[in-house]
Ligand binder design. Structure first.
Ligand code: PLP
Length: 402
């Protein structure tokens, strides 16, 4: 008797390493182990109260019915105001779409554009969803390595060299998950210059961490830096990271009507519109006081600098202080080839993070999951005491490698 089949194209598409690391931390915790989980990019702040109150009021008003697929008129209007205020970008109502987190927006866009055999250019290190979603669509991710020496930013010449006739998308994400790299307007202009001769390529700017820049640099996004390319640029953002709203599942994008319409068709047959209660919360987040964001940003920046300094004091670890987001991305290649106190062979970054969680009880994500072997990612969206204890455990673990 043969078994019922699963879709062949899902074979070889792993569970995201970030989720796998978080699941391992949860499983150890369930066994009573005191694990410090620095694996997920999730703010440790509570969603601000005025946002929760707005959602509550919406539910009481009866905003509990099926919403329009693309977003409620109120949130679409708030997103248009947000793009204009933050980036000087003017979008018509039919050039905006709201989805279940930026993750679904990205899924909508890649699914709407990619076909089997197409290519998507992804600078590495990258958020691991881009290549996994592309592969689900049968497309081939083409990685362009960005070295630490170049601040983890892509060389425009290397991006242009990666373009073929099969290229459908270039994905940019600054501030970057996992490296925290921020792209200046001048560097973004260089990328625009490199992409101008390739009009068949869409460009996605994933600006999820646009409000979390710690070193005073201004955020630069492609549609604003190169308005002549706007007809092929999708600008993605959301409320999860900026307003501590990861569980609300609201993300959005602005872009050309043709692409937004195609994305809406994907969304209409997958999830439909986002809960109107959550959308009312997102309106309050975008239109409400923004000083809370500045406070959270300052905290994330201070933590990232503190963790980077603690890790730099560990022999064999090198960690640049990140310019944005809430991660540190230390190089641990200097510690490979050794054995852990528990007898594990540490041949790769995955071996390192595997032994770290089992023996030192700190959950991190190995760099290869982001296309950068020899590194690991730690989230700094955790309380100071937890971060300090995490760094202490990492230092002790590294010191005990033989
Ligand atoms: N883009 C980047 C770079 C991310 O790191 C994340 C979340 O980790 C997302 C998008 C998705 O965010 P959400 O789906 O919560 O809006």
């Amino acid at each position: 008797m043969s078994e019922p089949a699963l879709a062949a194209h899902l074979e070889g598409i792993p569970l995201a390493a970030t989720m796998a690391a978080a699941a391992r931390a949860r499983a150890l915790r369930a066994q009573g182990v005191d694990v410090i989980s620095l694996s997920l990019g999730e703010p440790d702040f509570a969603t601000p109260a005025h946002i929760i109150e707005a959602a509550h009021a919406a539910a009481l008003r009866g905003e509990t019915k099926y919403p329009p697929v693309d977003g409620t008129p109120a949130l679409i209007a708030a997103v248009r105001r947000k793009f204009l205020r933050d980036s000087g970008l003017e979008f018509a109502a039919d050039q905006v779409i709201v989805g279940h987190g930026a993750r679904q927006i990205i899924y909508d866009a890649l699914t709407a554009v990619l076909e089997p055999g197409c290519e998507i250019i992804v600078p590495a290190p990258y958020w691991n969803a881009y290549p996994l979603i592309a592969r689900m669509a049968g497309a081939v991710p083409v990685f362009v390595p960005c070295s630490a020496a170049n601040g983890f930013l892509p060389d425009p010449v290397a991006l242009a060299a990666a373009v073929t006739l099969r290229t459908r998308f270039l994905v940019l994400n600054y501030p970057n998950n996992p490296s925290g790299a921020v792209c200046s307007a001048a560097h973004m202009a260089g990328i625009a210059e490199a992409m101008r001769p390739h009009p068949h390529v869409w460009i996605m700017c994933d600006d999820m961490y646009e409000h979390l820049i710690h070193d005073g640099q201004a955020h630069a996004t492609m549609a604003a830096v190169a308005p002549d390319l706007a007809e092929r640029v999708l600008t993605v953002s959301g409320v999860s990271k900026t307003y501590a709203m990861t569980g609300w599942r609201v993300g959005f994008a602005g872009g050309p009507t043709r692409l937004i319409r195609a994305m809406s068709r994907v969304q209409g047959q997958s999830t439909g519109g986002v809960s109107p209660v959550a959308q009312a919360g997102a309106v309050a987040a975008l239109d409400g006081p923004q000083d809370l964001v500045a406070e959270m940003r300052a905290v994330y920046g201070a933590r990232s600098r503190r963790v980077a300094a603690a890790l730099n004091a560990v022999p064999g670890v090198a960690c640049a202080a990140p310019a944005g987001a809430f991660y540190v991305f230390p190089r641990i290649a200097g510690l490979l080839g050794r054995r852990s106190p528990g007898g594990r062979v540490i041949a790769s970054d995955a071996d390192f993070t595997g032994a770290l969680v089992e023996e030192a009880h700190v959950a991190a994500v190995h760099g290869a999951a982001f296309g950068m072997p020899g590194y690991m990612r730690l989230s700094t969206a955790a309380a100071d005491a937890e971060l300090d204890e995490g760094c202490r455990r990492i230092a002790a673990f590294c010191g005990a490698l033989r």
